[in-house]
Design a protein around this ligand. Structure first.
Ligand code: ATR
Length: 283
């Protein structure tokens, strides 16, 4: 008997550049599952109509990207702990008629570090650049993973201070603090186990700060969530200093893999998803 086609997809504005359809359709094809994953360009004012049309459109799961990760929250029936802590949803699951909002961004980053760099963040000292949405997802995931200390550095220092003070109250095992680049105690660089760029620096046209990478110890991993270009200016500088690096495509891959597992109940075919992602990013 022919199975009915179910629809998965991603909503955002814009969404045409997203690599998620490619990655998920390859994964669905791997298992020959009766799903199609589609991009849905949705403007902010169109969100109510979009969510009331899910059944008619046969949509059973969604990814959510910029600028809707916070705006979709009122449409959810419940939120997972991560989504609540991060204050944003990147994955929607339909359970019966109920919508569950989850967030796989931070866990995707941590999983990527574990799988691609064989690195565990528990009890580590981390310098995290940024205080926007992506930095927030990673900071929460570091707190949930038992990181010892997270120092946030941001172009707008107040945002880093506010985030550190909020998360400090939520995680008792992790010390969250904030500093501007000029005020940071230089000894902290030698102490750091992991440096993460979660800002837009390194994307085309956005210059990297003059970071004192030479002060990092040789055990430090330098991680960038920017994935285009594949080797960002930060990762190139780190590689030249013989530091270990962790590239940005990993977070994209594993946040998708975790969403896929939530929708389908199948283990994500990582090798298949990684291949199509890297092929697309190399051109
Ligand atoms: P995302 O969802 O990708 O995290 P975001 O919430 O807009 O996007 O956050 C962007 C981050 O990149 C912020 O930390 C931002 O710093 P501000 O809080 O000061 O805006 C940082 N950022 C953006 N452009 C930057 C630039 N030219 N130099 C340094 N940091 C920059």
């Amino acid at each position: 008997m022919k199975q009915k086609l179910k629809i998965l997809g991603i909503i955002g504005d814009p969404v045409s550049h997203s690599l998620s359809p490619l990655m998920h359709n390859a994964a669905l094809g791997h298992y020959k599952l009766p799903y199609l994953y589609m991009p849905f360009p949705v403007k902010n004012e169109e969100l109510p109509d979009f969510f009331s049309s899910l059944n008619r459109r046969k949509i059973v799961g969604l990814n959510v990207t910029i600028p809707h990760k916070q705006a979709v929250i009122p449409f959810m029936d419940s939120l997972s702990r991560e989504a609540r802590l991060i204050g944003a949803v990147n994955t929607v699951i339909m359970k019966g008629k109920k919508l569950i909002g989850r967030n796989t961004d931070g866990a995707g980053f941590i999983t990527s570090l574990r799988e691609e760099a064989r690195y565990d963040v528990e009890k580590k000292h981390v310098i995290l650049l940024g205080a926007g949405g992506a930095a927030r997802a990673i900071a929460v995931a570091l707190g949930l993973s038992g990181t010892r200390e997270v120092l946030l550095i941001n172009r707008t220092p107040k945002k880093a201070h506010d985030l550190a003070s909020e998360l400090g109250k939520k995680f008792s095992q992790t010390v969250f603090s904030a500093s501007s680049l000029d005020d940071i105690d230089i000894s902290y660089w030698a102490l750091a186990d992991l440096l993460i760029n979660a800002t837009s620096m390194g994307m085309k046209g956005i210059k990297l700060w003059p970071l004192p990478l030479h002060k990092l110890s040789k055990k430090t991993i330098v991680s960038d969530i920017v994935y285009n270009p594949l080797e960002t200016p930060l990762l190139r500088r780190a590689r030249r200093l013989k530091l270990k690096t962790h590239p940005g495509w990993g977070m994209l891959l594993y946040q998708g893999a975790l969403s896929f597992e939530m929708w389908t109940g199948r283990p994500a075919p990582i090798a298949v998803m990684k291949q199509v992602l890297l092929d697309a990013l190399q051109y």
